[in-house]
Design a protein around this ligand. Sequence first.
Ligand code: MN3
Length: 201
Amino acid sequence: MYSLPKLTYSYSALEPYIDEATMKIHHTKHHAGYVDNLNKVLNENKKLRRFSVEKLLKNIKSVPSDIRQTVINNAGGHANHSFFWQIMTPNKTKPEGKLLEVIKKQFGSLDNFKEAFTQKTMSVFGSGWAFLIMTMDGKVKLKRHSFQNSPIMHGNIPILGIDVWEHAYYLKYQNRRVDYIKAWWNVVNWRQVEKNFFNSK
Ligand code: MN3
């Protein structure tokens, strides 16, 4: 059985950048829906339902083809959202140390990185995500994924990522995705992003 993780902050904690109603619906309806659907589709599969969500995604080719897309959508949705809640915080944080060094080396500066990440996010057509990932060969890269496709399916490890399905921002920002991204930088949990970076190596 997969279960909805609790948030470590309240639904209103990320105000004014991300509003309470969006957080509540996003967590209790959208994320919960992926978890429920994953439990339903794997209900009959005694072997796969014991896998962690990461293991399911890593081994997606071993999932029977008749349920594979449903597993991609819902295990991906579960993994992506569990990750997303963790990389946000009401506490003000800044990138430091080795991660900041890598960002500066690769993108020139933190501002350039934010600009490149924003552009990648703006280029997601329709529902999807933008990620900073660690590839299997140890490279840090920007990557976008449609729908709930997860970097983990491709052997990559997500370090930072943003949900740009309209459900993530429409109540407050309507069509203004760029304003949502701009606001979202204020709630990025750089301590967690650094952990993701160190654990990915
Ligand atoms: Mn979402």
